[in-house]
Design a protein around this ligand. Structure first.
Ligand code: NAD
Ligand code: ZN
Ligand code: ZN
Length: 344
């Protein structure tokens, strides 16, 4: 089969031919219909050799949808040909967090060497994907696979981040979304569907701000040195009750801290390496800062339900598998509108 692999530290991903995988006991083999391209892959491919938490080569792709191609020994309850989405943050399935469906916070994954597909285990950017357990699969239920595949991360991650702050997203409140890319443009739609908050979006280009308005942003602000002051002005000085930072770089995290309201939430989703000091006087009173990771299995089911209800429409650019390196180049250059999706 063809697969897109990160093979050499610092080099671009490559399209290679690998043997077709076969499902072992308890596993499910998927014929991949679509795989999403996430900026986290670029973060991984920017790490120096010593920091990379898994060996190379790595088949990329932690957003995947497919149809069931074959069942390993002992697997029941799934039919060949069934269309499914992959819940990516695999855990042990047995610890207290996994029991709650929070496999993204599995207590034993590190110790057991369990890693998500595309982030340690072979990923979805290939013709076939091996899934370790049928519990990682959620029925697509009629959703278009190409538009649905980003929901497994670019939908699930902002959904989880928004849920943490739902109690603060009351009528009359303001939420600032920093970065209107793959995750951010879905976040705007989720906020509009789930809350009555006013949504203010920040990004660095007019194209990205136009996309943000097209998917429901009430206001857009160019993300420069005066952005925090602009958000304060839009809120009559109060600031935003919730700031979702989908960049997470030192300047955006600093801006998030400067635009958040008293008792507000700053949620750092982006992997840009920025940190925010917390301590008396460092931020407005009683601000809470969190850096969540992905989302729960139940939340993926909820996000797919929202999409089936028509509340979320992911903007996608599609690429053939041979064009995957180009998709990464375009994402790196900030040229992708919405989410890039690879069709193997
Ligand atoms: P993306 O490239 O599609 O979107 C990023 C957006 O941010 C782009 O529109 C870009 O123009 C904009 N941007 C860049 N610099 C900016 C600035 N200074 N101010 C405002 N906007 C700016 O990336 P994505 O795939 O949506 O991922 C977003 C971030 O979230 C990445 O850092 C990714 O690694 C991270 N991520 C984290 C999790 C998690 O679980 N915490 C999950 C998925 C992705
Ligand atoms: Zn991702
Ligand atoms: Zn676990």
């Amino acid at each position: 089969m063809k697969a897109v692999q990160y093979r050499t530290v610092g080099a671009a991903p490559e399209v290679v031919t690998l043997p077709d995988p076969e499902p072992g006991p308890g596993q499910v083999l998927l014929k991949v219909t679509a795989a999403g391209v996430c900026h986290s892959d670029i973060a991984v491919m920017s790490m120096p050799a010593g920091q990379l938490p898994f060996p190379l080569p790595l088949t990329l792709g932690h957003e995947g949808v497919g149809t069931v191609a074959a069942l390993g020994a002992g697997v029941t309850g799934l039919a060949e040909g069934e269309a499914v989405a992959v819940y990516g943050p695999w855990g042990c399935g047995r610890c207290a967090k996994c029991a709650e469906g929070k496999e993204n916070y599995c207590l034993r994954a590190a110790e057991l060497g369990i890693r998500p597909p595309g982030l340690g285990a072979p990923g979805a950017m290939a013709e076939y994907l091996l899934v370790d357990d049928p519990r990682h699969l959620v029925p697509l239920g009629g959703l278009d696979p190409v538009r649905a595949v980003p929901l497994t991360d670019a939908g699930l991650t902002p959904y989880h981040a928004i849920r943490r702050s739902l109690g603060k997203l009351l009528p009359g409140s303001t939420v600032a979304v920093i970065g209107a890319g793959g995750l951010g443009h879905v976040a705007v739609q989720l906020l509009r569907a789930m809350t009555a908050a006013r949504v203010v979006v920040l990004d660095v280009t007019e194209e990205k701000l136009a996309l943000a308005r097209a998917v429901g942003a009430h206001e857009t602000v160019l993300s420069d040195a005066s952005a925090a002051a602009a958000v304060r002005e839009l809120t009559g000085g109060a600031g935003a009750q919730v700031v979702l930072d989908f960049v997470g770089a030192p300047p955006t995290v600093a801006a998030a801290g400067a635009m958040v309201a008293v008792e507000g939430d700053v949620t750092i989703v982006g992997l840009g390496g920025g940190t925010l000091p917390v301590g008396f006087g460092a931020l407005p009173h009683e601000v809470s800062v969190a850096a969540p990771y992905w989302g729960t299995r139940a939340e993926l089911i909820e996000v797919l339900d929202l999409a089936r209800a028509g509340a979320v429409e992911v903007h996608v650019e599609t690429y053939r598998i041979d064009e995957a390196p180009l998709a990464y180049e375009r994402l790196h250059a900030g040229r992708v509108a919405g989410r890039a999706v690879i069709l193997p």
